[in-house]
Ligand binder design. Structure first.
Ligand code: 5AD
Ligand code: SF4
Length: 390
């Protein structure tokens, strides 16, 4: 683990603290949030452990994007709560925001619930929970303080995840993110560059910029968009590799592809989720493009970024998805030939528009479509890999 001391004022409290284990579920954004929490707790005197059996405190940094991710957390809590000398248990992240108070009813062993917008005060809440031996709930929806990104904690010695934006305003009809992570906020470009510089000065050579939709990045004065941000970060001396995820097709433009082509340290890898190949389903998903527009964007990308990699996400079994809709998705995957794709079975998420529709694609059909698409993608990924190494 890498700790660059940029804390500037954190760590004043010296009460004796125990050891903390953090289990991260979900996306890279959560991986980064866990690093931030580790940073904030370490400067307050907590010890981090990789062994949950030895921990006095176990924090689950959770994900609500799919039902499956939530089920894993409930069963993890269940296992821990049956232990004789169980640790203090905390739920952080999206499930905290999604369930709030209800978590204490569903899982009595949980002592602390802290939403994504509240993690900058995690040390305070944890101390309260340890002292009071009482439940602590922190699920306000505030803007995080900028300083929390400068505690300088990264899990890896040579790689840093750096957040460029938080939340999402797209309201794709199946997605819980806008409800648990809040409205879209962009960090100032100079803060992102400052964090990148500090990381590289400490020996990190590879950076991944993170956001639910980095392509929509724009500073408050509307001067710096994402391609310009890439240029600024790429100027950090000593940086060898710069990646970014995720790019929504509706905000991804020629200028980004040109930046990928022209800036040597930028990795030629684009994660641009299509979600479906059916125009009817895409409209129901509120994605803002058709399969044709998506294909044209891919063609543009490939014409500008020579040998660029491309990956995608797909959801099968969205409400009302017919066999014909699924065939359209199958055709898109077959035609585009992604280097890789993540394929998910639809699960209804609370608060979302799609959850108002009947989840009417039978589980067996979802399973079959999932397996079929996975099989197709596997063979494409293998043949592309083979072609590249041949
Ligand atoms: N059901 C299934 N998959 C989902 N995703 C988001 N919401 C859902 C849902 N309700 C998938 C999308 C997204 C990825 C992170 O998770 O494909 O791109
Ligand atoms: Fe969810 Fe859509 Fe935002 Fe991605 S772009 S986080 S799928 S609402």
């Amino acid at each position: 683990m890498q700790h660059i001391d940029e804390s500037g004022g954190y760590g004043k409290n010296t009460v004796k603290k125990g050891s903390v284990y953090i289990r991260t579920i979900g996306c890279q954004m959560n991986t980064r949030d866990s690093e931030v929490v580790k940073g904030l707790l370490s400067v307050e005197g907590y010890e981090m452990t990789d062994d949950p059996k030895k921990a006095d405190v176990v924090l689950f940094n959770t994900c609500s994007v799919r039902d499956h991710a939530e089920q894993r957390v409930w069963s993890g809590i269940g296992l821990l709560s049956r232990k004789k000398n169980r640790p203090l248990i905390g739920i952080l992240g999206c499930m905290a925001q999604n369930f709030k108070q209800e978590i204490f009813q569903r899982a009595r062993a949980v002592d602390l619930v802290c939403g994504p917008a509240e993690i900058d005060n995690i040390a305070l809440y944890l101390e309260e929970a340890l002292k009071k031996q009482d439940k602590v709930l922190a699920v306000d929806e505030r803007r995080r303080r900028e300083e929390i990104y400068h505690t300088g904690f990264y899990d890896k010695r040579n790689h840093a995840y750096i957040v460029v934006s938080e939340g999402c305003d797209n309201y794709c009809s199946y997605c819980v993110v806008p409800y648990v992570r809040g409205r879209l906020r962009h960090r100032p470009a100079e803060e992102i560059v400052r964090e990148a510089q500090a990381a590289v000065d400490a020996g990190i050579t590879s950076i991944t910029l993170l956001g639910q939709n980095v392509s929509a990045y724009l500073t408050e004065d509307r001067v710096c968009g994402f391609p310009a941000l890439l240029e600024k970060v790429a100027k950090v001396k000593g940086l060898k590799s710069l990646s970014f995820i995720t790019s929504h097709p509706k905000d991804t433009k020629k200028e980004l592809f040109e930046a990928m082509r022209d800036i040597p340290v930028v990795r030629k890898y684009l994660h641009m989720p299509a979600q479906s190949g059916s125009d009817r389903v895409l409209a129901m998903m509120n994605r803002g493009y058709t399969a044709k527009i998506y294909r044209e964007l891919v063609d543009l990308y490939r014409s500008i970024v020579y040998n660029g990699e491309l990956s995608s996400d797909f959801i099968v079994g969205f409400p009302t998805e017919s066999e014909e809709d699924f065939r359209a998705t199958h055709e898109l995957v077959k035609g585009v030939r992604f280097d890789s794709a993540f394929i998910f079975k639809y699960s209804a998420r609370p608060h979302t528009k799609a959850a108002e529709l009947p989840d009417d694609v039978p589980q067996g059909t979802k399973k079959r479509r999932h397996a079929e698409l996975l099989e197709l993608q596997k063979s494409i990924s293998q043949s592309l890999k083979h072609a590249k190494t041949a």
